[in-house]
Design a protein. Sequence first.
Length: 355
Amino acid sequence: MKALVLAGGSGTRLRPFSYSMPKQLIPIANTPVLVHVLRNISDLGVTEVGVIVGTRGPEIEAVLGDGSRYGLRLTYIPQDAPRGLAHTVAIARDFLGDDDFVMYLGDNMLPDGIGGIAEEFTARRPAAQVVVYKVPDPRSFGVAELGAEGEVLRLVEKPQQPRSDMALIGVYFFTRAIHEAVDAIAPSARGELEITDAVQWLVSSGAEVRASTYDGYWKDTGRVEDVLECNTHLLDGLHRRIDGDVDPSSVLVGQVVVEAGARVLRSRIEGPAIIGTGTIVQDSRVGPYTSMGRDCLVTDSWLEGSIALDEASVTGVHGLRDSLIGRAASVGTTGHGAEHHCLVVGDHTRVEVAA
């Protein structure tokens, strides 16, 4: 089996961050989403991975390299513009050959893994196997209508009156039959080759198409609030590890990671929280569910439930909550005002808030 990872999307819902970095590289618990994806794929025993990239391909390649650090061999496949998920299958045809493959959207987080679903696919080898998740409002998703034995009867894209609450999420398993389906379909009304149309073509042609229900945690990290929620979920599984320097006047409570080269001075850290390599926290309080990247600086501040990307700084701000602070961004204070602040701050930005 091979893997096809889709990392070419522009990430309009994650602006301003996606202006300056690929959305798939946003860190969750100090690890880029794409790295979480590759680890899940590696756990399946897959070694050959094609990565679909757009204009931000060089940035993604700079982070992932050749994949050897994850036990993988990565092949980068450029896509000139977003032309639909089925289009990525078409342009990856030479890489995929006639092998079975898993297609995985590079901004989807499934931290509980997909090993069980992969085993189901390998044992039965239907033409296609989609992964579905029960959602409260299916109208924003592709929806699968299922038979009693888990067979797919029909796929409907964003139905106004859904006949099922089982939404398609960002993992699909395919045999080579999908290539005939992709060749047979036409672009949708929005001008893209839709993977739902290709899978529906298989259903209509009488091929076996099955669905597996994912019961673990799933999140599409397409919005800031989704990134923060997913960060909270992953930090709940954190294990305490102190590799950096913590002075005697500081207090660490619960599951806290202080990475090598980080320094905590006269501060209180309440876990779960990660203090990244080279980061300095001094005269501050870092509350639960906070991830701080590399070489950050936090001085005379209090923050919780937030993510600070590499080289961000926070100075003199008390009550920073549920915030996402971009790379090399600076958050400081001016004047007096509200007790709490909630910020979404892009890379290389400077913000002043009421002290």
